[in-house]
Design a protein around this ligand. Sequence first.
Ligand code: SF4
Length: 170
Amino acid sequence: MEWEPEALKELEKVPEHVRSMAKMGIETLAGKKGKNIVAIEDVKEAETQFRALLGKDEKNEKITKIAVVRCDIVSETCPGVACFKAFNRRKVHFEGYGKDAEIIGFFTCGGCPGRRVFRLVDSLIKHGVDVVHLSSCMLMEGGYPKCPHIDEIKQMIIKKGVKVVEGTHH
Ligand code: SF4
């Protein structure tokens, strides 16, 4: 594959340790267009594609990481389907999340007065958690009482620098 002088000059701006790889990539791109001479626009096009790829990677690094804490008592009868359904469909309290958001933890408080939350949030912070949702079962009356320790649990998570959202599927 031949190169126009202007295109070669542009290629020289690519760091030396990745230049031969970039050259191959640009030639492949030009070849796919049926060309046998690389022009400056081929180099620019490859550069744009490469930047778009980098942009995508940067975005992936910023995925929102979510955890859900729920009532230990309610967990005996609830497998958490409604919480996951709301998240998967980005409904109710998960509405604002993009499609890249992930649930990285789903845990119970460990029983009154929420004795496991402190340690589990510490562990989740090591995994980059951004936000903890207090499950709807902690906040509402059902076949069980509303959590009497909700405020302490919430403040304890906030003090660790993690955002709290009240509710999941209700
Ligand atoms: S602390 Fe609240 S959420 Fe945890 S078991 Fe007790 S009532 Fe349920």
